[in-house]
Design a protein around this ligand. Structure first.
Ligand SMILES: *[C@@H]1O[C@H](CO)[C@@H](O)[C@H](O)[C@H]1NC(C)=O
Ligand SMILES: *[C@@H]1O[C@H](CO)[C@@H](O)[C@H](O)[C@H]1NC(C)=O
Ligand SMILES: *[C@@H]1O[C@H](CO)[C@@H](O)[C@H](O)[C@H]1NC(C)=O
Ligand SMILES: *[C@@H]1O[C@H](CO)[C@@H](O)[C@H](O)[C@H]1NC(C)=O
Ligand SMILES: *[C@@H]1O[C@H](CO)[C@@H](O)[C@H](O)[C@H]1NC(C)=O
Length: 648
């Protein structure tokens, strides 16, 4: 009987992908003959105490049981695991192994449970493997996503190899301070992909050279079979390698991040700065930084959660007013998704509350905004208001997926946008060079589109009131999405034009009439847009006046004063960000046009500011356009009353 099984390789090498639970990245392999005698009993006995033994032994454990039908088992959890998560992972693996490989003598598996931030491994055999390099069989799970558009594949290949080499070197250098001594996790920036994660682990009973060999074979196998796929994992009994385009578990926070050598930001090839004529007469020289390809894999779409409403904790609630359904999220589930709103998952502090990154049970990443103060609305109004906001859908707006209100909690759930916010790029000298003129132009255009939709094209006609660089999120392709709109509505403050005693917003970005008198209109958003635009052109932050006063740096020149001075003196080249890599698609004239538009947007006189639709027309026109001549701008002193940022 055994023989027929040996021959039937497709059954012997039985790979199980846990397709139903996508957040579990698993590879199982069952092999060897069917067992006889009390091997099964020995196995069950040994496995029953295994999870706690692994935890009690620092994350790695090996044991044997039985006389004639002796079974040998090795198991581990990833470094940085939490005891409970490790146990749970192993319990799942043991259950799955028993049901999927009920009779075979040998099995191994490597399983990542993203929801619990853990990776665990189980390997049992009828012979002792302790200290031995076990290369076969192996499992390989490629991602389905294919690399479609890397401008230079030679470069990609070099970057990938360099990444795996570094990870491999780090992993196979024994770190004897940990029981789990062969482990390495790295984050690498590729030219066209901001974050690439790789992780490697060997069982700690190996020698460093065996570990190295095992991992090398994983890497080679991946290259041999699935080169071109974006991410995947290869497992062997003795080691595991996985790479992906997102941080697939928290343990990365604890390890040394191996970054690529600082990107060589090509110095702006234009000899600007000194020679104005030169600058004006010429198109900015050529360095193509291609669009960053869309990488982040969202595992599961909203429609797939809807199908599984009962077990995901997301319920559809029905709105009697328009018959549309929307998603109401369960508080407990959001708590689990964000690790109880733990500081590690915090993405930032936005208007009205903190924002956390969460992962739903189906693997989808979300941004969870927990409002610090309730909206002051009743349940029904809150729900209806959110419903209206979820209907605002535009590619340049962050999508609101749903809400949760239970007890005192009011929570908004948004799509997760991978590249964080614009301020992380423009105010960071290392990342700023990623923003070529081309990218900057497209971001500015996209924000204007999002704003136009809010102001004029949506049914609601929303004034944002807190537009700023940190409220512009960038997706995997560096396309902008405006975040945090509609807050004033939620907080019962909405009028499309009016006066309010409650000023939300951020000094530095606030139009003078809004900061001083609380008067807001679409034009006060245009002002904030202008500030953001000038920040992107100059690479300078518009200093918060209050902070400056506090720090007694009053001598420092404000952004507007600086820009105006250079503009009026005709020293355009001195005003633009020296780190902005030039781009083929954008001419000097277009950069000049941006500055001109920026200056018009920040006019003190509301009526001299353009509408956002005029801004878009100017941005999109290729012919020379006539625009009004800007009058001098300056940064006005903020009023003494409200504090520097009133939201939150
Ligand atoms: C383990 O089982 C295999 C068959 O699956 C057999 O060939 C081998 O001899 C067994 N090893 C031991 C130590 O029993
Ligand atoms: C693990 O294996 C080694 C080598 O076979 C052995 O010395 C050690 O006792 C084993 N550990 C346990 C807990 O059985
Ligand atoms: C991981 O980081 C946490 C918090 O910084 C720390 O308490 C824990 O000991 C670290 N774990 C490891 C394995 O380094
Ligand atoms: C692609 O990248 C490689 C390595 O950086 C470089 O040598 C080569 O010139 C590049 N090719 C093109 C067409 O840019
Ligand atoms: C990576 O390591 C392999 C094997 O040691 C070597 O052949 C290759 O040149 C290395 N590549 C890079 C980019 O370091």
């Amino acid at each position: 009987m055994g023989k027929s099984w040996v021959m039937n390789t497709s059954l012997l090498f039985f790979i199980l992908f846990l397709q139903t639970l996508k957040h579990v990245h698993a590879s199982y392999k069952c092999y060897g003959d069917f067992f006889t005698g009390n091997y099964g009993i020995n196995r069950d006995n040994l496995l029953s105490t295994l999870p706690s033994n692994v935890v009690n032994n620092g994350g790695f454990y090996n044991a044997s049981l039985g006389r004639n039908n002796r079974i040998h088992v090795v198991a581990l959890c990833i470094r940085g695991y939490e005891a409970q998560a490790c146990k749970t992972c192993l319990e799942h693996v043991i259950d799955d192994t028993k049901s999927n490989c009920p009779h075979q003598k040998e099995t191994f598996s490597w399983v990542t449970e993203e929801a619990n931030d853990v990776l665990c491994n189980l390997h049992y055999t009828n012979h002792s493997t302790f200290g031995k390099l076990e290369l076969l069989p192996f499992t390989i799970n490629p991602n389905s996503k294919v690399l479609e558009s890397y401008k230079n594949m030679t470069l990609f290949s070099q970057e990938w190899t360099a990444m795996v080499n570094r990870t491999l070197e780090a992993a196979s250098t024994a770190d004897t301070s940990s029981v789990l001594k062969y482990y390495s996790a790295t984050r690498t920036e590729f030219t066209e992909i901001p974050d690439v994660y790789a992780m490697m682990q060997c069982t700690p009973d190996l020698s460093p050279s065996d570990c190295n060999r095992c991992l090398r074979e994983c890497v080679n196998e991946f290259q041999r079979q699935y080169w071109g796929r974006l991410g995947g994992g290869v497992g062997r009994p003795s080691c595991y390698f996985r790479w992906d385009l997102f941080k697939f578990y928290k343990a990365f926070d604890n390890v040394t991040k191996v970054l690529a050598p600082p990107r060589q930001c090509s110095p702006p090839a234009l000899d600007c700065g000194r020679d104005e004529k030169h600058f004006e007469g010429r198109h900015i020289a050529i360095i193509v930084v291609p669009a960053i390809i869309n990488l982040i894999i969202f595992v599961g779409l909203i429609c797939s959660w809807k199908r599984k409403t009962s077990d995901t904790g997301i319920k559809e609630s029905y709105n009697p007013y328009d018959g549309q359904s929307m998603l109401r999220f369960d508080f407990v589930m959001l708590r689990t998704a964000t690790h109880d709103f733990s500081p590690e998952t915090k993405l930032g502090e936005g208007g009205f509350g903190s924002v956390y990154k969460g992962v739903l049970p189906n693997g989808q990443e979300i941004a969870v905004k927990r409002l610090t103060k309730g909206s002051g609305q009743g349940d029904m109004e809150f729900r209806n208001e959110v419903l209206l906001l979820t209907r605002l859908q535009h590619r340049n707006l962050v999508k609101l997926l749903g809400f949760c209100n239970e007890g005192d909690e009011e929570i908004l759930v948004y799509e997760f946008v991978p590249n964080s916010s614009l301020d992380h790029f423009i105010f960071d000298e290392h990342k700023r060079c990623l923003l070529t003129w081309d990218v900057r132009y497209r971001i500015i255009e996209g924000v204007a589109r999002g704003l136009l939709y809010l102001h004029e094209d949506s049914q609601l006609r929303i004034i944002h009131r807190d537009l700023k660089a940190s409220n512009i999120l960038l997706d995997a392709e560096m396309k902008p999405k405006v975040a945090d709109f509609g807050m004033a509505r939620l907080f019962n403050m909405d009028q499309t034009r009016g006066q309010t005693s409650r000023v939300v917003g951020t000094y530095g970005y606030m139009a003078p009439e809004y900061a001083t008198y609380g008067q807001f209109s679409a034009k006060s958003d245009v002002y904030s847009f202008g500030i953001m635009l000038l920040e992107m052109i100059s690479g300078r932050r518009n200093k918060n006046l209050k902070e400056e006063e506090g720090e007694e740096e009053e001598e420092q020149e404000g952004l507007l004063d600086f820009v105006w001075k250079k503009w009026s003196e005709g020293k355009y080249a001195e005003m633009i960000d020296p780190l902005a890599a030039p781009s083929t698609n954008i001419s000097v004239d277009q950069v000049m046009k941006l500055i001109h538009i920026g200056l018009l947007c920040v006019q003190e006189d509301v009526f001299k500011r353009p509408t956002i639709s005029s801004v878009l027309i100017w941005l999109e026109s290729h012919a020379a356009t006539t625009m009004p001549v800007p009058t001098p701008v300056t940064f006005l002193t903020a009023p003494s009353s409200p504090s520097s940022s009133l939201h939150g």
